[in-house]
Write a protein that binds this ligand. Structure first.
Ligand SMILES: Nc1ncnc2c1ncn2[C@@H]1O[C@H](COP(=O)(O)OP(=O)(O)OP(=O)(O)O)[C@@H](O)[C@H]1O
Ligand SMILES: [Mg+2]
Length: 268
């Protein structure tokens, strides 16, 4: 049966430059995220490969199929020349905002953050790529010297591949706490199956890169406690994860930091 889809353009797309009052949640050079009634539209710039956009929507759909509370994909479409993904709007505040407003309870929120990540690790999927393969490709694309890249490839090969669902960009801006206190995790574009400790290493790095060094250390200690993992078993992932991240670091400062970390091959 043919279904009619109304493609009413949000004001922002009609007028060009996005503005805060148009419901813009986030704006980057190559994408805009805006609220459109009870949905969220992610509008991609022309530099994005269509295959990456479709893959992002596919990853979000696969994450939803695990039964985790997420913002479901509603449609993938084109508005004028822009590819877009429309998701459900989730009422609430991001855990990042909650943490910033109530700093004295940081440890309590970090515990909650870790507990949510552990719920994600309990899931798996038979339709998802492995994180180790992605990291391997990213190391190859990193600006590190050939010898360092070789060492990192070898190191990665010796690590467990794992089958746990790893969000891949697990940071407090991607967790929304609803008014009734429930959580939902958004932004599944990087999800893969892998070793939970690799995902913990990446979250640790994300805290660092966003300037929250004390939170990074506390998070790491809490994650090790929750997963009954030894600190060096997470730390050994850091050079690999940093090298992978260096392929796409946005600021020069972060780029330098990541390259330094990636070069410390024998972290232990
Ligand atoms: N479904 C949603 N419901 C409510 N708020 C949302 C939703 N999707 C996104 N947001 C808000 O927009 C912000 C950015 O969205 P999202 O995480 O999808 O972008 P992003 O891809 O992480 O961008 P970048 O990775 O470049 O930071 C979120 O931190 C959140 O505040
Ligand atoms: Mg995000």
């Amino acid at each position: 049966m043919k279904k009619t889809v109304t493609k009413k353009e949000p004001a922002k797309v009609k007028r060009g430059r996005p503005r805060k009052q148009d419901g813009v949640l986030l704006e980057r050079t190559d994408k805009v995220i805006l609220r459109d009634k009870n949905t969220v539209l992610k509008i991609f710039g022309p530099s994005y490969k269509v295959s990456l956009i479709l893959n992002e929507a596919m990853n979000e759909a696969r994450a939803a199929e695990t039964g985790l509370p997420v913002a479901k994909v509603i449609e993938v479409m084109k508005l004028r020349d822009h590819w877009c993904i429309r998701r459900e709007w989730v009422e609430g505040e991001t855990l990042a905002d909650v943490m910033a407003k109530d700093r004295k309870n940081l440890v309590k929120y970090l515990r909650e953050f870790v507990a949510i990540q552990c719920e994600i690790f309990k899931k798996t999927s038979d339709r998802m790529g492995n994180l180790a393969d992605k990291l391997d490709k990213q190391i190859s694309a990193s600006p590190l010297p050939k010898e360092t890249r070789y060492d990192l490839h070898m190191k990665l090969q010796s690590f467990p591949r794992g089958k746990a669902l790893c969000h891949g960009d697990f940071n407090p801006t991607n967790v929304i706490i609803t008014p009734s206190g429930e959580w939902r995790v958004i932004d599944w574009s990087h999800v893969r199956l892998g070793d939970p400790l690799a995902d913990v290493a990446r979250s640790y790095l994300l805290f660092w890169l966003s300037g929250h060094v004390a939170a990074a250390e506390k998070y790491l200690a809490l994650a090790c406690e929750a997963l009954k993992a030894k600190l060096p078993d997470v730390q050994k992932w850091l050079p690999v994860v940093a090298a992978a991240e260096s392929a796409k670091a946005q600021s020069a400062k972060n780029h330098e930091l990541l390259l330094h970390w990636a070069s410390v091959v024998d972290y232990e």
